[in-house]
Design a protein around this ligand. Sequence first.
Ligand SMILES: Nc1ncnc2c1ncn2[C@@H]1O[C@H](COP(=O)(O)OP(=O)(O)OP(=O)(O)O)[C@@H](O)[C@H]1O
Ligand SMILES: [Mg+2]
Length: 421
Amino acid sequence: MESVQAIKQRFGIIGDDPKLNRAVEKAIQVAPTDISVLVTGESGVGKESIPKIIHALSHRKHGKYIAVNCGAIPEGTIDSELFGHEKGAFTGATQTRSGYFEVADGGTIFLDEVGELPLPTQVRLLRVLENGEFIKVGSSKVQKTDVRIVAATNINMFENIKKDKFREDLYYRLSTVEIALPPLRERKGDIHLLFRKFASDFGLKYKMPTIKLDDEAVALLLKYRWGGNIRQLRNIAEQVSVLEQKRNISGDELRQYLPDIGSNLPAVISDKKKEGDFSNEREILYKVLFDMKSDLNDLKKLTLKLMQEGDSKQVQDDNEGLIEKIYGNSGDDIDEADIDEDELNVLQIPQQNSSSPSQEEKDKYYFAEEIEEEETLSLQDKELELIKKSLERHSGKRKAAAEELGISERTLYRKIKQYNL
Ligand SMILES: Nc1ncnc2c1ncn2[C@@H]1O[C@H](COP(=O)(O)OP(=O)(O)OP(=O)(O)O)[C@@H](O)[C@H]1O
Ligand SMILES: [Mg+2]
């Protein structure tokens, strides 16, 4: 059996706290079995490594590993995503589709944010856990699968059970073994270690000397509550690395970066605004810029279609949604699910179909493309910064951050994945 230290190294887990070591040890011990595991712990404590360890050390390691964020899939499609559907099961189901439980046969499924599963899906999940049986949406045929389930949650499941939001029988079935990851504030010995590791990573990434904390700054780091845990610590290490000119950071300097929301240190937060810290007005301005950029891209798509197809009536009919989005209709809100995933990405230069352009024309295109990419990149940087700031302000709580940013939680989740936050 691989040692706890070797596994931590293999999976990039930093720290030597006894509770963390115990969690890793438990993962190693249960890995060879098919026991269901529930990973618990606050947001940002590093839960996502545990199912990966379990899968990699199990006899299923050559099978599929599928991570599903239950909180990010709309209630209307989750059963179909997990269990598949038959052709014609609902509008738009033009083909029979396999769900994750079928695809991952012989492998492992990680159900992240399992507490968010709707009740009907919980019933289906219970059945798979009990006898490996499931039924595709719209089908009556019982299918079998052999999947190991590891679930994770950052909420108190008993509260959900009390409120009849989560089935008690499913909870016990999922949590045959529970692996609890401690919050960062209870891992005092690891805080500075983690900070040094992140500071060194960001120093390398941004090609700057690594920042160093003085004694007062280290003491502050240890006293801070870290509501967003390791995710928050890493974000702060990145901000300080990028925004501070000096490489030796004092307590006062560090304090500017520690938001008081969710912290037990409200008194130590200074009102002084840092250069490079976003004031509200700037954030609003950036938001407006993103919206404009998105509209511009939509307009470009539409113009391009008109140019290519020339048939304005047909284009209007085909792009009703887009037109409504740009020009508005009766003031209805646009469903975020309809927005193109790549709405902020650069519009691709179209394939030339008929006569190929002259070199001069080509150069013009490429020049235009380059400029546009730079602009988009810097806007994306700002968006990334906005999201980070908001997540920090809300100690990593996505719901509150999404509300503040005026986007849906699902969109925020997509952005977090996109920017690898
Ligand atoms: N011990 C650790 N060493 C190094 N990095 C870590 C450690 N624990 C967590 N991280 C990093 O912190 C970030 C947050 O971890 P992770 O995504 O696993 O959190 P989580 O517990 O799943 O949170 P949530 O409940 O919000 O999904 C990740 O980027 C992860 O790589
Ligand atoms: Mg997670």
